[in-house]
Design a protein around this ligand. Structure first.
Ligand SMILES: [Zn+2]
Length: 161
């Protein structure tokens, strides 16, 4: 996979593949799509209703993130891109980029619309997660659909914010 910066690949290998960049390529390339986020968003919007229906059924109307202290299955759900479609957290955290006056730090394109990169989130958890990238322990569990974590443990596992 062609990441913009080598340290980004190292970062994702660290949280997904125990630091093994070859394993990241082999096992996790379907989670990534480096095209412009607007293209990915446009493609996703066309199928988002169907995706939400499928995710709601698959996860039996239960939020998979459980990172907000008021996580609730009562306020409706949204599809969540486990690896966000775009994020500026690596520019901020790894490269310490500062925002231009009145602007946000520029975002990079990361996540794909592949079903494997999608999960079901309640609105509160989805709003909290935004463009954050969750750390290895929770990512692994999301990818296999394991929601056995207690909420507090999940919050602590947020690696970047
Ligand atoms: Zn939730």
């Amino acid at each position: 996979m062609q990441f913009e910066f080598p340290e980004d690949k190292k970062f994702f290998a660290g949280i997904l593949a125990e630091g093994d960049e070859d394993l990241l390529d082999v096992e996790y390339s379907d989670l990534f799509d480096f095209r412009h986020p607007a293209i990915k968003r446009w493609e996703f919007d066309k199928v988002s209703k169907k995706v939400l229906r499928e995710l709601t059924e698959k996860h039996k109307s239960e939020c998979q993130l459980r990172i907000h202290h008021e996580c609730s299955n009562d306020d409706g759900f949204e599809p969540d891109h486990i690896i966000p479609l775009s994020s500026n957290v690596l520019n901020k955290e790894l490269r310490h980029m500062k925002p231009e006056k009145g602007m946000k730090v520029v975002a990079q394109s990361f996540g794909s619309n592949n079903p494997r990169n999608l999960t079901l989130a309640c609105r509160k958890c989805n709003r909290l997660k935004k463009h954050r990238i969750l750390s290895g322990g929770i990512l692994e569990k999301l990818l296999v659909g394991d929601v056995s974590f207690v909420d507090k443990e999940r919050v602590r596992l947020l690696s970047l914010h």
